[in-house]
Design a protein. Structure first.
Lengths: 304, 278, 304, 278
């Protein structure tokens, strides 16, 4: 693509986010690149690896205990996007800290750890666990609090819809991240996102990650029943791009916070739209599932 | 899980060489990838179209064969993606990401192998049969009727069953009934152990697993699940496993079909929870 | 299409909604078929007129005073939908009652009048005006309170996001509609729609119309600025179908109210998905702009 | 507003007869509608594709000609919709909804007409010229260069101007400069009133309006706005008008381009508010 004149940033250069330098501005989104370990045996004629040019991998969300996730089917492809209901299947913080984090370090993957919990103090506990081992991990750059997953029964999306809860979770995590960045990932399934963003920033978040998936439902016509066992799922992909842009604009205009834009990015044009509104970085989700080099390709196309 | 990765996973751009029906319901796609690719029988690739036809999720298809730079698939039109795929003419671009997942293992020394393939479940076992077949091994293919069977692929000793004994080409032979019943009809479980390899629709896999269990035979099945990524990063394709007592399994009873599968030991699968739209 | 077994309704037959019989279940959505007067000189080989089989036309929203609407551009086409920022351009209730309503009656258009205002008492006043002339209008079947337009500065979407306001507006209108049905059209731009639906029904609404457009934004890449002068607009069309289905499901499951489903319907399959979830009728918006026979075609395809 | 509806508005299914470039930038589309259609010069139709290529909004195009069952258009590829349209081959289905909107009126008895058409603004005025032209009327067309001009359409007395005097076919004549300047160069405003009819990009319309105003000549322009529906139901296509003092106008200073336009008296338009991406 022909880059517009106003775009003069090199997204593959380090930039400062809170107390940390992050290697670049084009990231993979949580849940869409596993824990960040699955790309090393993948190559293409154009890229040595899917990590080329990627500023950070946001891991699959990790919870205090391992979670089995939801029953199948967990995915529904729609004409302009997808519904998912994975249900935060993950190995739990213990296994993550003992097995996954060392491997990410060994492989040199720039990592943001995504965390979810049902009580603010659990966020404190999990970040404390990370802090305790922080000295060993140069490639671990920060934490993203997932305050917005629609696919879990407790906590999850209802959880992150009140400013008080958002503030409490951020406040619980902040003290354990003296030199790592702290992002709060917010749900778009609210009337106004700005008050939540304001609460997160006031409590110490370095940036807002927006958006998580939009609540959606698909019906199986033959049976007349919802296709996913939990009825609704999280809507992602190109269809939600305009919704994500509106939420990011709301946060930038009303709160002035640093925002990492997420939602519907499939091309470098899509990513540029977030930067045009003032986002400091972006994350690629569903498109990264379709093609392991989607994020790398956007990073390359946006490089000046 | 079985077999394991054979070399690197590659994301390539393929050009359609041929995309033509080889039976009433089955289409063979030959893609030129511009460079040689190797695979193990049972591995698959994620395919997608480009431009406005590009699908939100790529689609998994088992690899039928690789000859030099050309990789081949066998598929049936079932929905939007396969309908679009069927419309691609020679020269069109199809993205390829593979080979992915595990594979069916080479034959064991100590027992004959029985292959049960149904419909588009043929590619993994066709590839296995071409690569590994020995005199005592048996291969069964099940189709809908004589016209549905891809006869050209089944020359080397395949036995064919059909749901309806109609539209049989001259000289072709087929048994009427389900493919597992054909096997059961010919082989008795008392003749000693056999390794059963099955791929096809879920009812076939269940029946194969049940038959093997009767004779205490080992059985490997290749299962299908909806996939988001094909490379183990989304957890969208999980297969429910029976708890083994092992600590991790107890909390995570699911294995990814794309990375830990698609080939699983039949006795590890929780068949009750494995509910597929059949 | 092949109709599924569970679908045994004839959508072109009269059905009861509150105190009224409505001619059918497939309607045009507010703002997407004008005041309902523009279809009479339109024909096609398959249909005598765009009104064939249509159960009701919901008029463009009418306000107490005429409104000029927003500056151009007012529309942006997106890959899977559209953004609009019309801004409730309309002739005002006076002109509507004196000029438009008689014409709708003369032409026999089954009509639901959409109303918007900035204070509950204005809804009372507008419905009182309609009630005063009700005796003359057999084809006027009811009122839809637009409590959810995102494209006006005052009132509009913030307005309809509180249960109290929704209840007050419905309560103000209800007494003047003794024999006409009263719908409350709600915004999807809230965390939970069920409490609003509950408030509307408790205050006397016969049904909930859901959803209005979703807040969205499009960026013009060359300038790096939002494409619409008011930055955001209302997102409609196929992309919002899963969102609309989820909201309708929420209302049906949690409130048990009669729901008229709206959002992203372009085909008879799309409409059926709302009926599968329990909707009593549906409205076609953006698809009706593309093709004046879109609604008529869906009605015909769903007829048993 | 001018002219008014000529008969019913029809929603038909057309089949492409021809869709080929007639200049470097202009494509002529001939659609067979299967039944005769009549139109007035200046009216337009909403076109769309079907199936997966179908666009959320149909696209407005002025009608160039109707001969029996065949309706013709002239267009330039500028974005997604026109790019898709350009790919339609003979036999492809294109939906047609028209004729829509008002038209350029027949010539007045008392004064000659000056036509100013720029690029894809040609169809309305080409149609007018073919139907109504008299000896004293003048038609000017402006193109980018000699290759951009659809010479085959401009045989009957059209005068051609081009931005760059290059790529002129042998024997063809053109004036270098803007089309309004060509008119201004040939016709003086002191020679008595003329009716100016203009269609083309916004700068052309503005210039035409300004020139006409200088001589106090009446001027009608056909304007383009983004359209959602084309039949007056969405209010997405409004053109800002100057207040006339009339009560309704005062509160609703906008007229729909699709139903009240696309042809407007130039002096009614609020040119300052009429901001188009040019
Ligand atoms: C490991 C593996 C190997 C496969 N090998 C072959 C093969 O060799 N030949 C062949 O014809 N088919 C094969 N399939 C099935 C094939 O992937 C589906 O037929 C195809 O995805 C259908 O896509 P669609 O868009 O036409 O159908 P749609 O029903 O429109 O697809 C909707 C969604 O459901 C998914 N889906 C639908 N059916 C299946 C299915 N049976 N399995 C998994 N996902 C499905 C699609 O991928 C898509 O995400 C294989 C599946 C798996 C998991
Ligand atoms: C009354 C009328 C008559 C027209 N007649 C002709 C004609 O005869 N030949 C011709 O080539 N073009 C004509 N146009 C312009 C034509 O409609 C646009 O070029 C076309 O819509 C562009 O579509 P796109 O998808 O290629 O462009 P995109 O830029 O991708 O379109 C995005 C959106 O903007 C709208 N849009 C973009 N450009 C214009 C424009 N200039 N006018 C109105 N909407 C626009 C599109 O309709 C679409 O909704 C006419 C426009 C109007 C209003
Ligand atoms: C399969 C899948 C799994 C996801 N899992 C998570 C998760 O574990 N934690 C999280 O914060 N977001 C998760 N998300 C949301 C994405 O990170 C992202 O916010 C959302 O998909 C919107 O971006 P996209 O349109 O680019 O996909 C998931 C999304 C998908 C599609
Ligand atoms: C151009 C346009 C104008 C609209 N005007 C109104 C309106 O005046 N009042 C209203 O309640 N909804 C209005 N809507 C919203 C629609 O009635 C409908 O709720 C929404 O578009 C979702 O349905 P759809 O996806 O079928 O378009 C408008 C929508 C569009 C696209
Ligand atoms: S398809 Fe994504 S993990 Fe298997
Ligand atoms: S395009 Fe809808 S009113 Fe003109």
């Amino acid at each position: 693509m022909q880059l517009p004149d106003w775009w003069q940033t090199d997204p593959c250069q380090r930039f400062t986010l809170g107390p940390r330098e992050i290697p670049g501005r084009i990231w993979t989104a949580s849940g869409c690149f596993g824990y960040g370990l699955s790309g090393h045996d993948i190559s293409s004629p154009e890229f040595a690896s899917p990590y080329d040019g990627i500023g950070a991998v946001v891991t699959k969300t990790v919870t205090p205990q391992p979670r089995a996730g939801n029953p199948m089917p967990r995915l529904a492809e729609l004409p302009c996007g997808a519904l998912n209901s994975i249900g935060l299947q993950n190995v739990g913080i213990d296994h993550f800290v003992s097995e996954v984090l060392p491997e990410l370090e060994r492989l040199g993957v720039p990592t943001i750890v995504s965390l979810a919990a049902t009580r603010p103090d659990e966020f404190g506990e999990m970040t404390r666990r990370l802090h305790a081992v922080a000295g060993r991990y140069d490639h671990w750059h920060g934490v993203e609090l997932n305050l917005s997953c629609p696919n879990v029964a407790e906590g999850g999306h209802d959880f992150g819809r009140s400013a008080e809860t958002v503030a409490a979770c951020v406040a619980a995590a902040r003290p354990h991240l003296p030199d790592r960045c702290l992002l709060a990932k917010l749900t778009p399934n609210v009337g106004e996102i700005a008050p939540l963003a304001h609460a997160a920033v006031a409590a110490g978040a370095d940036a807002i990650a927006a958006i998580n998936t939009v609540i959606g439902l698909e019906v199986d016509l033959a049976s007349g029943q919802p296709l996913l066992p939990r009825r609704f799922g999280g809507y992602s992909g190109p269809a939600i791009l305009p919704i994500a842009l509106a939420k990011v604009d709301e946060i930038v205009c009303e709160v002035g916070a640093a925002v990492v834009g997420i939602g519907g990015i499939a091309t470098s044009e899509d990513a540029l739209k977030f930067f045009a509104l003032g986002a400091v970085a972006v994350q690629v989700g569903t498109a990264q599932l379709r093609d392991p080099f989607a994020t790398a390709e956007i990073a390359r196309e946006l490089s000046r | 899980m079985n077999g394991g990765q054979s070399g690197n996973r590659l994301r390539l751009t393929g050009h359609v060489l041929a995309n033509t029906a080889i039976s009433s319901g089955l289409i063979r796609l030959d893609l030129d990838l511009g460079r040689p690719v190797s695979f193990a029988p049972g591995q698959f690739a994620m395919l997608n179209l480009t431009g406005p036809d590009s699908l939100v999720f790529s689609r998994p298809f088992s690899i039928l064969a690789c000859e030099e730079t050309v990789v081949s698939f066998l598929y049936r039109v079932v929905g939007r993606g396969t309908a679009l795929l069927a419309r691609q003419e020679p020269g069109c671009v199809v993205t390829f990401f593979g080979p992915l997942g595990g594979s069916f293992p080479p034959p064991p020394d100590d027992s004959p192998v029985v292959i049960l393939a149904g419909g588009v479940g043929l590619p993994p076992l066709y590839a296995w049969w071409r690569r590994y077949r020995r005199g005592e091994d048996r291969a069964y293919f099940g189709g809908r009727d004589g016209a549905d069977v891809p006869w050209s692929l089944l020359e080397e000793g395949w036995r064919v069953s059909v749901d309806r004994l109609t539209n049989l080409p001259p000289g072709a032979e087929a048994w009427e009934g389900l493919v597992v019943d054909y096997g059961r009809h010919e082989l008795t479980t008392s003749d000693g152990p056999r390794l059963v390899l099955a791929c096809g629709p879920a009812p076939l896999l269940r029946a194969a697993a049940r038959w093997a269990a009767e004779g205490n035979w080992p059985c490997l099945v290749s299962v299908e699940e909806r996939m988001g990524c094909g490379y183990g990063v989304c957890n969208g394709c999980v297969v429910p496993l029976l708890a083994t007592g092992d600590a991790t399994d107890a909390v995570l009873p699911y294995a990814t079909c794309c990375e830990e599968g698609p080939v699983f030991a039949a006795e590890r699968i929780d068949w009750d929870a494995f509910a597929r739209t059949e």
